[in-house]
Design a protein around this ligand. Structure first.
Ligand code: GLY
Length: 387
């Protein structure tokens, strides 16, 4: 084993959640390191980048809504700060979202969502099918109504990841480009990791931000191991023509036969269509069936997509948690914090997660808005069960 190298904070995982944590920790004056063979990789390389606090609202997730909205409000300043610092355009686009219905069932589902949004004090506007097509002329004639949500924006997650790597480098974050193999625990306290090449990395505090891999990271005591699992998402990318005005000018989404489908048009001309949601363990195969379903459903919404070049197919793993909400902050093991379990909202929750972890790393406490997302909610629930 080679010698220990020590930092104040060691972040396991260089996806966008690990990177934002490292960047914000370094900004608070903490000597910070990230261990990941490929910083900037992970689920952000697949994600569409919708910032969809309002259109992805679900019954029973009102607490999560508070965190999602807090993060959405931070996005303009967060994106501006990163762009100013790195000179990189993040593809942040305040284009709005249109959720549409194709049949009576879809329309009933959207009406329910509209009621829930209104009860939650959110802004959304019910439109007829004709009004939807006036906004987005490429929509199918069969669209029977929709919800216009101007507050749901988008960002390009690949650009976001690249900018966060640059921001970390500028802030003096040290990158160890190797797999972290296991956590080391000394005298009941997280002490660092051993890497795949046998290096021992020591740290005052360790943040486990390994996405879906966090749930099986070696060396983490069973009672603090985060209950996250991989949820596969397949995504396809097409290229839109530039000739006759925008193909789509905002994100368009729907639930078709019970599956979510969304089309996210970027200013670069890329059109991202996602995403399947599959409980398939660690499998990241792109399947004919997955691509077929995405294109079939997207085609029902926007028939013109069949004319577009298909440029990429990809599958990634969302870190799902038992309540679909992230696990953020200190755990029952001294010196170990979590930043994982962001499930469908990793890109949206990036700014607020960075701030919450920086606060926790410097004060030992989560800020008010992040407290419901303490990892301890799962261990407490276990110990409080009646005998
Ligand atoms: N938030 C979009 C997805 O997870 O597919």
């Amino acid at each position: 084993m080679s010698r220990t190298r020590t930092s104040d904070v060691l972040v396991i995982g260089g996806g966008i959640i690990g990177l934002v944590t490292a960047w914000r920790a370094a900004g608070r004056g903490l000597a910070t390191a990230v261990v990941d063979p490929e910083p900037g990789g992970g689920a952000a390389q697949v994600a569409a980048g919708m910032l969809a606090a309002v259109t992805e609202l679900h019954h029973g997730e009102q607490t999560l809504l508070g965190l999602n909205l807090a993060s959405a409000r931070r996005y303009p300043d967060f994106a501006a700060e990163l762009t100013e610092l790195t000179g990189q355009d993040l593809g942040y686009r305040r284009c709005g979202t249109l959720a549409v219905a194709l049949d009576a069932d879809d329309r009933a589902h959207l009406r329910e969502l509209h009621i829930l949004q209104q009860q939650s004090g959110l802004e959304s506007q019910w439109l007829s099918g004709r009004e939807c097509r006036r906004l987005e002329p490429m929509l199918a004639p069969g669209v029977r109504g929709g919800l216009r949500v101007d507050g749901d924006h988008q960002i390009d997650p690949r650009r976001l990841a690249g900018a966060l790597v640059s921001a970390c480098e500028r802030a003096g974050v040290v990158f160890h480009r190797v797999w972290a193999q296991r956590l080391t625990v000394t005298r009941d306290r997280a002490a660092g990791v051993v890497t795949a090449d046998g290096t021992v990395l020591g740290a005052g505090q360790v943040v486990l931000a390994g996405g879906s891999l966090s749930g099986r990271f070696a060396g983490v005591p069973q009672d603090v191991l985060p209950p996250v699992r991989p949820v596969k998402g397949q995504v396809v990318r097409l290229t839109m023509p530039r000739r006759h005005g925008p193909f789509l000018s905002r994100t368009v989404r729907a639930v078709v036969r019970g599956s979510h489908v969304y089309l996210v048009p970027r200013e670069s001309g890329e059109l991202v269509i996602g995403a399947t949601s599959e409980e398939m363990g660690w499998d990241t195969t792109v399947t004919a069936g997955g691509v077929y379903e995405l294109l079939r459903d997207a085609h029902e919404l926007v028939p013109g997509i069949t004319e577009l070049p298909l440029t990429e197919t990809r599958a990634g793993l969302r870190p799902g948690s038992p309540d679909n909400a992230p696990l953020i902050g200190p755990t029952g093991l001294e010196g170990l914090l979590l930043a994982t379990g962001h499930y469908r909202n990793g890109v949206l929750l990036t700014p607020v997660t960075g701030d919450a972890l920086a606060h926790a790393l410097t004060t030992g406490e989560l800020p008010e808005e992040a407290r419901p997302f303490t990892p301890r909610r799962f261990t407490t629930a276990l110990t409080e069960q009646p005998a």
